[in-house]
Design a binder for this molecule. Structure first.
Ligand SMILES: *Cc1c(COP(=O)(O)O)cnc(C)c1O
Length: 405
């Protein structure tokens, strides 16, 4: 039986083939490598029916994941997050069919766990003994956590402004952590120099190794499975490095090849913050790549990526599916975060809240129809960003009384 039908790696620009069974970074063209599978072979055991009996983790799709030997699977139970209806918020913005896939309910409370689980597992299988990366916080926390689970070393550098809880997660799980007085790109340079001097370490920055993307693509498989193998009309995704949206698009194409879904694909929407919107600018200018966004700044820290290595892949996914790209303000996304928590009882991250603002704006502009099935990705839990909600409540003396209603 085939656990993984991984066949080779492919340059995302030239299509050239590379060996998938040695440690690889980017292609010689300097762009991401994409994992390719023998889907005919995968389909012998991976069927929509067979999935029903498998465990509720992302490893249920193991034939289209890169780990060959199940002994290397490093798991904390990640995947199969809930797809929640948002009836009150949906009614508020004129989208009664609004759904949210809630990635806050996953180990480390951000969807970075998916990429880390698959990336760490495959790295371990290929003999890597240490992983190293710059991060805006959540990715570092997730890779540190899964590296600990795999018994692997982990080197992380993050901006001093990154969410404080992610530092705690790195320290708790025994990572070697450095704070950098700068942005993620500055942290990246330091990590890159360090890795060159260490043996056994691999640099696992966003899209600089091929397998994080494979973990994140499972969101696409899950969405189709959770909707009974129909695809939604639109998917809104908070886009930083773009791994999630590139991954969802990759999953959709693979499912088409498997014959699981039809010709029609959901329109993919890249959502960014106005304070860091390189992809949105490139999309509206008709450009194939983005230019570095100056003075990038937003409370949605996970999407503060001024120049993404995979920008051309994000733009391609958006254009091929008839989607769009939109930027929202911090003020609006913070307001949406509060409104959603009160309307629906879900305390989501600012990045996810950006997608809810985008949904409202795209409904108003007519891009979204009232009868459409629209899915927003909430990429993390609000619990990781406690400072985004102001708490102004009275403190009572012990002899005091709670005001009557
Ligand atoms: C990293 C991150 C994103 C952006 O993810 P990409 O796949 O790199 O675009 C969105 N939301 C949160 C909470 C994140 O941590």
């Amino acid at each position: 039986m085939t656990y993984s039908a991984l066949s080779h790696l492919e340059c995302s620009r030239t299509g050239a083939r590379y060996d998938a069974d040695v440690v690889q970074g980017v292609s010689p063209a300097g762009v991401p490598l994409l994992a390719r599978y023998d889907l005919e072979r995968a389909a012998r055991t991976l069927t929509r029916e067979s999935l029903a009996g498998r465990p509720a983790t992302l490893w249920r799709y193991h034939e289209v994941l890169p780990v060959r030997d199940p002994a290397f699977v490093t798991t904390l139970g990640e995947g199969m997050t809930p797809l929640l209806p948002l009836p009150r918020y949906g009614a508020r913005i004129g989208l009664p069919g609004l759904l949210m896939k809630d990635e806050g309910l996953i180990p480390t409370a951000s969807f970075k766990a998916r990429g880390a689980a698959v990336g760490v597992s495959r790295a371990a299988e290929l003999g890597v003994t240490g992983v190293a990366m710059p991060t805006n916080g959540n990715a570092g926390a997730a890779w540190a956590t899964y590296a600990a689970r795999a018994g692997m070393r982990c080197l992380i550098a993050m901006p001093v402004d990154a969410p404080a809880i992610t530092r705690t997660e790195c320290v708790a799980t025994g990572a070697e952590l450095y704070l950098v007085d700068g942005l993620i790109g500055d942290a990246g340079k330091l990590v890159n120099a360090a890795v060159r001097e260490r043996t056994g370490y691999q640099e696992v920055s966003t899209l600089k190794e091929p397998y994080r993307l494979e973990g994140k693509k499972t969101m696409g498989y899950e969405l189709a499975e959770q909707l009974g193998w129909r695809v939604p009309d639109v998917i809104l995704y908070p886009t930083g490095g773009g791994v999630g949206i590139i991954g969802i698009y990759k999953a959709l194409r693979e499912m088409q090849e498997l014959g699981w879904i039809g010709e029609r694909l959901p329109r993919l929407v890249a959502v960014q913050a106005q304070g860091c919107a390189p992809i949105v600018e490139a999309f509206h200018q008709g450009a194939e790549v983005s230019v570095p966004f100056p003075d990038a700044h937003t409370v949605a820290f996970g999407i503060t990526v001024p120049k993404a290595l995979g920008d051309f892949l994000v733009l391609d996914a958006v254009r091929q599916t008839g989607g769009t790209a939109i930027a929202v303000s911090d003020e609006d996304l913070l307001a949406a975060q509060s409104v959603l928590a009160r309307d629906e009882g879900t305390f989501i991250c600012p990045e996810g809240a950006a997608c809810l603002v985008a949904a409202a704006q795209l409904r108003e502009s007519g891009f979204l129809g009232a009868a459409e099935t629209v899915v927003v990705l909430n990429t993390g839990a609000g619990l990781k960003y406690p400072e985004t909600i102001g708490v102004d409540v009275p403190t009572l003396p012990v002899s005091g009384a709670i005001p009557s209603l």
